[in-house]
Design a protein around this ligand. Sequence first.
Ligand SMILES: CC(C)[C@H](C(=O)O)[C@@H](O)C(=O)O
Ligand code: SF4
Length: 418
Amino acid sequence: MPTMSEQILSRVAGRTVRAGDVVTANVDLVMVHDSLAPGIIRILHQELGAERVWDPQRVAVVIDHVAPAASVQTAEKQQEVRRWVRAQGIPHLFDVGRGISHPVLVEEGLAQPGMLILGSDSHSTAYGCVGAFGTGMGSTDIALALATGKTWLRVPETIVVRARGRFGFGVGPKDLALRAARLLRADGATYAAIEWHGVEFLSVMERMTLATLSIEMGAKAGIVPPTGLNVTGPLLPTVTADAGYQEVVEIDLDQLEPQVSAPHYVDNVANLSDLGRVAVDVVYLGTCTNGHYEDMAVAAQILAGRRLAPGVRMIVVPASAQALQRAAADGTLATLLAAGATIGTPGCGACIGRHMGVLAPGEVCLFTGNRNFRGRMGSPEAQIYLASPAVAAATALTGYLTDPRTVMDGQPAIASRN
Ligand SMILES: CC(C)[C@H](C(=O)O)[C@@H](O)C(=O)O
Ligand code: SF4
């Protein structure tokens, strides 16, 4: 029986394909963001000689990586991209403040189950949160897909991460994903697709945490079966019991403790309880991995009625305008602000160290994102620890790496689905 990747890639290849096959496939959607768009536009027109994108309806352009622009040079490049979008008649431009491409394309209903979605971004595995085969490609491959509507790829083998049980207090999807990275390591799923099983109780954006982190294990795609969601698409891929999986990794959520990825590699993961006392200067809650409404809500629950530890800065950058609006509407935002956190424009923020919270030498950051590489958020002498929004909030309260279960007085830190 076919894996979810085989089901989706058979659909877009127009024939039955299996892991290992090299296929030419029709692409359902191409996402291009501000960071690479100028180069892709140049390749499309100058190197490939294409005048127009193959189908403007199937292209989405998002200004999210440095939004709003932080320099005249960036502002000019973004101006160029906006002009190009207009000239090409592309209807889907998501400009400054709308948010990060990945959640935005899901919220807009453009990313759907069963689709093949290419993005000029390695975290395009994110679209697996709705059961799409999302994958990042380099500028030349993206330009070729824009010109022709086609791409080629090798159908990946599949590794299953199978979760059992339910998260305990203060433990959530980020801990599951970091645990998987700890078990599989950064190259453990190279060119494989990861299927995340046993997580149908998670919301779409919680699933995105798993899907985005799949690339940090080297995966070509990271797919959650679209069960328990109100979504439709060209194909609803399903888990087939006897699909030929390359490997199955089991993770018991009942036993899972808060996980932390220590500098400077994503798979350098330990139980928080084993890390000792790590003083933190900045807590940064945001990104396509953990800047969603659910993440802000978890943090607000822990911070409610309390104040950040003296000397700690907490920067919250919502992943999308919708997440920000929802947090504003139900008081989540007010709680974060009252605790002393500050809020940035929805988008990638300081995730790649270009603006809105760049780190100084020697600073230690507790980050809810997906990469802690040396120099990623600014100075190469800064240290980045990756953890969940619950750990981020608990850490903001004490000023050092803190297990959320120790600051919650027995109250669930993750309220909704446990
Ligand atoms: C800038 C962009 C190409 C990059 C990526 O591909 O992932 C960025 O989004 C990241 O997270 O490092
Ligand atoms: S939030 Fe970070 S990881 Fe996600 S797309 Fe933006 S820069 Fe990349």
